[in-house]
Ligand binder design. Structure first.
Ligand code: ZN
Ligand code: ZN
Length: 343
């Protein structure tokens, strides 16, 4: 059964680049983790879809091993059958039969990060306009200690709270968003980073900020600061860690067990003046590209013209393993030629 309530979340990113008529500027950071994400972006859709399948299979196996049968079953059912609205060459919308909502599920993570983007992007744009601030992407790091994921996350969040209380921070920043990123090194030590989109009131010397971060953490001055040129791309970059908090393919049973213990840990949030601004913010319907795209895709049904080529859309029922194949067919079909084998 198709759950109609899900459809609003499922505007595929496939449709976005053409509709927005401009390529989203990819944003780079000095950080080497970013090179990894750029590599990911170069992978084709079929490769990424196949990787999502493998990740879910891997998680499901780990869950079975831990006796988490219900979780394994949910992961198996999540996106197992799909209703794909397509013209044969483009995908306008994908509606899954079921979504597991598990935090590490790559399909559910994608939807969650799209939701965050459409929720916060209009507020960010309005905030920048009204408060005359410019966005920066700040990555805060801490020293590595023998501690579990929960302790590591609490330590960096506490340090960030202390940073926000300092006069320097109040003078130069007007709030923003934070997201947590977890990695683990080969010695098994947790590396937890905070990715901040900070709204900066004016320029400052980065060495001053390093000193402030050292004062807040007691032992770390390591951070990375980059201006954000395109707020949509900047937000997309930080919500990625919400959808993909870890390198799950290197995940073992113990990691999953630990992660299940983190159930209620928040991975994304707002802070400072931006947080208050969001509470009272009502997005207007007409001047936000994101919501226009959303409502456009939401209204499409079988027989409507494909937004990208005007060919009629039809509803294609696929199983989870058929989706990567369908992407492959789209990728290999020459422009102008509509794939027919799925009709
Ligand atoms: Zn899922
Ligand atoms: Zn089309």
């Amino acid at each position: 059964m198709i759950q109609p309530t899900l459809s609003t979340d499922l505007i595929t990113s496939d449709i976005l680049p053409v509709l927005s008529k401009s390529k989203v500027a990819r944003h780079t950071y000095l950080d080497n983790r970013v090179t990894k994400s750029q590599r990911e972006n170069r992978r084709t859709r079929s490769q990424r879809a196949r990787e999502r399948l493998q990740t879910k299979e891997h998680l499901s196996r780990l869950a079975v091993g831990l006796g988490e049968v219900e979780l394994a079953d949910k992961l198996q059912r999540c996106h197992s059958r799909l209703s794909v609205l397509t013209c044969g060459r483009h995908i306008a919308r994908i509606i899954p039969n079921f979504t597991c909502e598990f935090r590490l599920c790559p399909d559910c993570g994608r939807r969650r990060s799209r939701k965050l983007q459409s929720k916060y992007l209009p507020a960010m744009r309005a905030f920048m306009l009204h408060r005359k601030v410019t966005p920066v992407h700040l990555v805060l790091t801490q020293t590595h200690r023998k501690e579990n994921r929960k302790q590591s996350a609490k330590r960096i969040k506490d340090s960030f709270t202390r940073l926000q209380r300092r006069g320097f921070w109040k003078e130069y920043f007007k709030g923003g968003t934070w997201s947590l990123e977890f990695t683990k090194d080969k010695n098994g030590l947790h590396h937890t980073h905070l990715h901040i989109i900070g709204f900066r009131r004016k320029f400052f010397d980065i060495e001053l900020l390093r000193g402030e971060w050292l004062a807040a953490t007691g032992d770390s001055h390591v951070l990375n600061l980059k201006p954000i040129k395109d707020i949509a791309a900047g937000l997309q970059e930080v919500v990625k860690y919400v959808s993909k908090p870890l390198d799950i393919r290197r995940f073992g049973a113990a990691d999953l067990k630990e992660f299940l213990g983190l159930k209620n840990m928040r991975m994304f949030g707002t802070f400072g003046e931006f947080r208050d601004f969001c509470k009272g913010f009502e997005p207007s319907d007409n001047n936000d590209a994101m919501s226009e795209l959303e409502s456009l895709a939401r209204d499409l049904v079988e027989g409507c013209a494909c937004p990208q080529c005007s060919a009629p859309l039809f509803d294609l029922r696929l199983s989870k393993s058929e989706l990567p194949q369908f992407y492959e067919q789209i990728e290999s079909s020459p422009p102008g030629k509509v794939g027919t084998s799925w009709n």
